[in-house]
Design a protein around this ligand. Structure first.
Ligand SMILES: Cc1cc2nc3c(=O)[nH]c(=O)nc-3n(C[C@H](O)[C@H](O)[C@H](O)COP(=O)(O)OP(=O)(O)OC[C@H]3O[C@@H](n4cnc5c(N)ncnc54)[C@H](O)[C@@H]3O)c2cc1C
Length: 483
């Protein structure tokens, strides 16, 4: 039973990782039911425990809320912001406004699942109805099972069975039809949520991203017009704009995967209708990551393959710092880490190279890498980050075997043939002939001098020898075989 007041029946729409007005099933349900909407976002800095959103993610969230708030106010409403426990605040706000129903989008990370369970429990006790929706995935993580009824651990059969989900369509309604419930109570301001980090690092991010739902759609348009038709050939080249850069928009739900798939299908890019379009397959990897996280909720901290829990990682703080700030002496690795620190994003090929270097050449645990990514990526996503790191460390589902060790020199030569990417992020290497960009220590001393490279001065010497690092990694792996 929905309570009516002077302004008509109202529902509370609890925004979570769906900070958008279009293709939002909770809003669609509110419109179809003829309800006045009370839009609410709750920031609980403690919800995620040690996986609470990192600095870059909070920066993104700040601007995403600002943008959503402004979009809502253009339609005559006001986004209510609150800080604290959702299980206390959502029922309280619902009661204060006489709303008898709460609509929200489900999340699937373990802390988010726990929160929505607690919220549901309290609302149920208070006699307030709830309805939840899938707002961030093409399918529910539990929807596809293998022939024995178990979760998949290998991507190819998972995707073969699932890929028809790319045809699932966004919900259609016009956001201009939304009507809002007045909210007379005092609210918190965006600044009071204190999402922006204290230090000024985040200011750099402002130069690289426009954070809004409309910017997400512009990015999709660019993707459809300029990226997907050549994605198969250009997606591995970090020096070109060959990928969509939609990941941070997806992370807080400024756009949905359904909208992305429809955009690609409508443009009829090659192979899209057979589910073979390479770009759509990557959206499939995002789904697979959620499938894994949902079924194996301990994987953000524990390897999926249990024997890797005994891996003899090193506690090497000096090398960890070198890696974090792009000072390992391996240009492909350092360019990636500098791109990340500068822009909050890193090209996927380079993510694989830097991750492999950390866990193999430096023998530092994947959890350290995952934490650094978590803090610095604007697209930080517990499912994809965990999957990416466990893949690199060889301890996850469908992972690269640990013994397959990326060579950071040849990876650079193969995927950044002219060294443009490395030179962009490491200015001291700018004038060095391409032949030596990924191994400057092999260049003759006179050439280094002529081109302004001072190894150990303006660019470091390698922190570990490639062959020694490789041999040490294989020896560490061998200790697991005796277990
Ligand atoms: C060690 C490591 C950590 C990673 N951490 C994250 C993370 O925290 N958040 C994140 O979104 N992605 C993560 N990825 C996956 C991938 O690198 C990024 O999704 C991709 O680089 C984002 O750029 P894009 O939007 O231009 O991707 P595109 O190439 O344009 O791909 C389109 C979309 O598909 C999805 N996607 C692409 N590749 C993958 C993948 N391998 N796994 C899962 N989804 C994928 C993303 O949602 C992406 O936006 C990680 C990969 C590695 C190797």
């Amino acid at each position: 039973m929905i309570a009516e007041n002077s302004s008509g029946p109202a529902v509370l729409v609890w925004f979570r990782k769906d900070l958008r007005l279009q293709d939002n099933p909770a809003l669609h349900a509110a419109v179809s039911g003829g309800y006045k909407i009370l839009p609410v976002f709750v920031w609980d800095p403690e919800e995620g425990g040690h996986w609470s959103p990192g600095a870059a993610s909070r920066w993104w969230l700040h601007y995403a809320l600002q943008s959503l708030g402004s979009d809502i106010s253009k339609l005559g409403g006001e986004l209510i912001l609150a800080k604290g426990k959702a299980a206390e605040l959502i029922p309280q706000i619902a009661k204060d406004h006489g709303t008898q129903k709460v609509l929200y989008g489900r999340t699937y990370d373990p802390p988010g699942l726990a929160t929505q369970e607690q919220v549901e429990e309290v609302l149920d006790r208070e006699g307030i109805d709830t309805e939840s929706f899938n707002v961030s995935l093409l399918q529910e993580p539990w929807e596809t099972k293998n022939g024995s009824g178990n979760p998949f651990q290998v991507f190819t059969p998972y995707w073969r069975k699932s890929r028809a989900i790319i045809y699932r369509e966004p919900v259609q309604y016009s956001p201009s039809k939304l009507s809002f419930h007045p909210s007379p109570t005092p609210k918190q301001s965006l600044d009071e949520l204190a999402l922006l980090p204290d230090h000024s690092w985040h200011q750099k991010l402002e130069e690289h991203w426009v954070v809004s739902e409309s910017a997400a759609h512009e990015q999709l348009e660019r993707t459809v017009n300029e990226v997907t038709h050549s994605y198969a050939t250009r997606r591995n080249q970090p020096s070109v704009d060959g990928t969509s850069r939609l990941s941070p928009y997806l992370a807080w739900g400024l756009i949905s995967p359904r909208q992305i798939c429809q955009g690609v299908l409508q443009a009829d890019n090659e192979g899209s209708h057979r589910g073979e379009n390479k770009f759509l397959v990557e959206i499939g990897w995002r789904e697979f990551s959620y499938h894994l996280l949902y079924h194996y909720p301990s994987i953000p901290d524990q390897p999926l393959r249990p024997k890797y829990a005994a891996f003899p990682w090193l506690d090497d703080q000096a090398n960890l710092k070198r890696w974090q700030f792009g000072n390992t002496g391996y240009p492909m690795v350092d360019a990636g880490m500098r791109q990340l620190y500068e822009t909050g994003w890193m090209h996927n090929r380079v993510r694989m190279v830097v991750a492999s270097f950390l866990v193999k050449h430096l023998l530092i645990s994947w959890t350290e890498g995952a934490r650094w990514f978590w803090d610095t990526l604007v697209d930080a996503d517990l499912a994809s980050n965990t999957q990416g790191w466990q893949w690199a460390a060889g301890c996850g589902a469908d992972a690269a075997p640990y013994f397959r060790i990326f060579n950071p020199i040849t990876q650079g030569e193969k995927f950044d043939t002219r060294g443009a990417y490395a030179k962009k992020w490491i200015p001291p290497l700018e004038k060095l002939p391409s032949k030596y960009v990924f191994k400057p220590w092999e260049a003759p001393a006179s050439m280094l001098e002529e081109n302004g490279v001072d190894l150990g001065g303006n660019y470091p010497e390698p922190c570990v020898d490639h062959s020694e690092g490789r041999a040490r990694a294989l020896a560490a792996l061998a200790t697991l075989k005796t277990l």
